[in-house]
Design a protein around this ligand. Structure first.
Ligand SMILES: NC(=O)c1ccc[n+]([C@@H]2O[C@H](COP(=O)([O-])OP(=O)(O)OC[C@H]3O[C@@H](n4cnc5c(N)ncnc54)[C@H](O)[C@@H]3O)[C@@H](O)[C@H]2O)c1
Length: 301
């Protein structure tokens, strides 16, 4: 799919990832329309808003006129973390699963070439504290979606893949994203640590930081969606792709920010046992050191 005069509809395009992806699409010459309910407001810059079409609406009631002249759909909409999904599991399922399917069916009916769905590595849902399972998983690994959020993503994936005859579905199972966006999310682990480090001078780590997280830079995430638009159909249609940068223990992330080793062991090693009980506050940035020790750009590209 060449990008010249291609119209991309980004559902949920005003969110954390969308606010980075949309300008990237514009930079590559795509025509962009954002469809968003604006749960968190609209942080797209005036420069971006001047160059896109924008429709405020709920994806649960999206209808054909919203997809007119669209060539490909990127679906970033719906509830995007465990707490919101647990708070209202019904709404979560309606948005993340039912609306995702409805959108795919509309794409099929309207002959829209591609549909890229934002899914999540949380559907693997294994490995906490279990050394044997704490490995970077690929797309062939067994899934175990237990929470409302991961279940809703998994069900959406399955439905989409069953529609591959009528639409070209592509599923991106993303790791935990980090990095700057005009619409920041501070519920994501690295962003939380950076905010706390800058605001308070320390980061708070719970239960020894033993959990692993597959981390993903937000710009890499955006580029993955663009790659899905540009790749030959036969390479991507009906496919699931895990999109991650590197697997980190939470304690490693904290150590990177604090400029040292994870407490109780060397960096990057997998140690058993929890040296810390409860939560601990790790000193991070002394005020007078900020200019020198602020996270360098390689962390927050
Ligand atoms: N951020 C991550 O670490 C991460 C990791 C894996 C998967 N994902 C998935 O990627 C997608 C984007 O994540 P994000 O971090 O940008 O989330 P976000 O919550 O910042 O953005 C979601 C956007 O969708 C909109 N939206 C929500 N419900 C809607 C509805 N019913 N109708 C129309 N718009 C609606 C919101 O207003 C918001 O602008 C989500 O599907 C999320 O589940 C995110």
């Amino acid at each position: 799919m060449s990008n010249a005069a291609k119209n991309i509809l980004v559902v949920g395009g005003a969110g954390y990832l969308g606010s980075v992806l949309v300008p990237e699409l514009l930079d590559r010459g795509y025509a962009v329309k954002v469809f968003d309910r604006l749960y968190y407001g609209n942080y797209l810059s005036k420069d971006v808003l001047d160059r896109i079409a924008f429709e405020v609406g709920d994806m649960r009631t999206i209808s054909p006129p919203s997809l007119r002249e669209v060539d490909a759909v990127i679906n970033l909409g719906g509830l995007s973390n465990d707490p919101t999904a647990e708070y209202n599991p019904k709404a979560n399922y309606e948005m993340n699963t039912v609306a995702a399917e409805k959108l795919a069916r509309l794409c099929g009916e309207m002959d829209i070439q591609r549909y890229v769905l934002a899914s999540s590595c949380s559907i693997y849902d294994v490995g906490e504290g279990d050394e044997a399972k704490d490995i970077l998983l690929d797309e062939s690994a067994a899934v175990d979606p237990q929470a409302a959020y991961s279940r809703s993503k998994y069900d959406a994936e399955q439905t989409l893949l069953s529609l591959r005859e009528s639409v070209c579905p592509i599923v991106l199972r993303m790791g935990t994203i980090f990095g700057f966006s005009p619409r920041m999310r501070y519920d994501l682990v690295v962003n939380t640590f950076v905010m706390s480090a800058l605001r308070n001078g320390y980061m708070t780590m719970f239960s020894g930081g033993e959990m692993w997280r597959p981390m993903l830079n937000i710009r890499d995430a955006a580029r993955a969606y663009i790659a899905c638009l540009q790749a030959p159909r036969d390479k991507v249609c009906g496919q699931i792709f895990n999109v991650v940068g590197r697997n980190y223990r939470i304690s490693e992330l904290v150590a990177e920010g604090a400029g040292g080793s994870p407490p109780g062991r060397g960096r990057g090693r997998r140690a058993s046992g929890l040296p810390l009980q409860g939560h601990s506050k790790l000193p991070c940035l002394r005020k007078e050191d900020r200019a020198r020790t602020e996270f360098p750009s390689r962390h927050l590209r």
